[in-house]
Design a protein around this ligand. Structure first.
Ligand code: NAG
Ligand code: NAG
Ligand code: NAG
Ligand code: NAG
Ligand code: NAG
Ligand code: NAG
Ligand code: NAG
Length: 203
């Protein structure tokens, strides 16, 4: 009975060594994957279709745009825990800048609906209501919305996923400027064009 037992022991030992080696390899692979991956998992935000409508009822205006996020990573999916979007009444962030929070239209196909797959572009529609008489009216500042340039900021918290491995939460802060919310209508003038799309960058 002794020899088979020895054989078994030897076999077990081999298994242990193999298992240990594989564990080390697996850890090495995971570490490499993450250190190489985290920087390429870059998300490029842009403001598309910026436009404004004057409101007849209250003399204010609605600023609308679509925020697009291009996940250029070929390996990592991204999930947004929170996304906050603000519009500033200037192209620079100064103490005099007026900030207004944009409402994001969340639905089953928007940017915030779930995991954004690798190498894909996802969008969410945003609206800012500027009403006459409020501080927010300083946005328009008596000037033509056509010629006023604004800044959109995006503050997000996101998690990345490679295979089944998920990362911790990361902060994303980008600024898109100058954004011109091209006026769509005034006194019966109806304009189809939107302002130019604007790429966002870190700030
Ligand atoms: C303006 O925006 C508000 C809130 O975002 C919305 O309820 C309203 O319907 C919009 N009005 C027009 C004319 O687009
Ligand atoms: C997203 O990024 C990729 C890679 O840089 C690029 O080829 C593609 O055109 C971008 N998509 C959009 C809609 O900008
Ligand atoms: C933004 O609003 C503030 C406060 O009303 C004002 O002082 C400033 O001039 C405005 N900026 C622009 C570019 O209109
Ligand atoms: C959902 O949101 C996306 C992006 O904001 C928009 O393109 C789409 O039309 C919306 N779908 C519905 C059903 O509202
Ligand atoms: C705003 O700009 C558009 C495009 O240049 C133009 O067609 C439109 O008449 C302008 N609106 C006003 C009120 O000037
Ligand atoms: C501009 O368009 C909005 C929404 O389409 C509408 O509610 C508003 O009455 C229009 N304003 C003028 C001056 O035509
Ligand atoms: C719209 C958009 O997301 N464009 C970006 C796509 O990714 C490249 C880099 O891979 C950027 O240069 C673009 O600005």
């Amino acid at each position: 009975m002794a020899p088979p037992r020895t054989g078994l022991k030897a076999l077990n030992l081999k298994h242990y060594i193999l298992a240990a080696l594989m564990a080390i390899l697996a850890v090495a692979v995971v570490v490499t994957v993450f250190s190489v991956l985290l920087s390429p998992a870059r998300i490029f935000f842009s403001v598309t279709n910026p436009r404004s409508h004057l409101l007849v009822g209250n003399g204010g205006a609605n600023l609308t745009f679509t925020l697009a996020a291009n996940n250029t990573s070929q390996r990592a999916a991204v999930w947004y825990n929170t996304i906050l979007v603000d519009v500033l009444n200037s192209t620079v962030v100064t103490p005099a800048s007026i900030w207004t929070k944009a409402d994001l239209k969340k639905n089953a196909t928007s940017l915030m609906a779930g995991w954004q797959t690798r190498g894909s572009v996802a969008t969410v529609d945003a609206t800012v209501s500027v009403s006459r008489g409020s501080m927010a009216m300083a946005f328009i500042n008596g000037a033509d919305v056509n010629s006023s340039a604004f800044t959109v900021t995006v503050t997000a918290v996101a998690r990345f996923k490679v295979g089944i491995a998920k990362t911790q939460l990361y902060d994303i802060n980008v600024m898109c400027t100058p954004v011109i919310f091209l006026l769509q209508n005034r006194s019966g003038i109806s304009v189809a064009a939107s302002g130019a799309n604007v790429d966002c960058g870190p700030y």
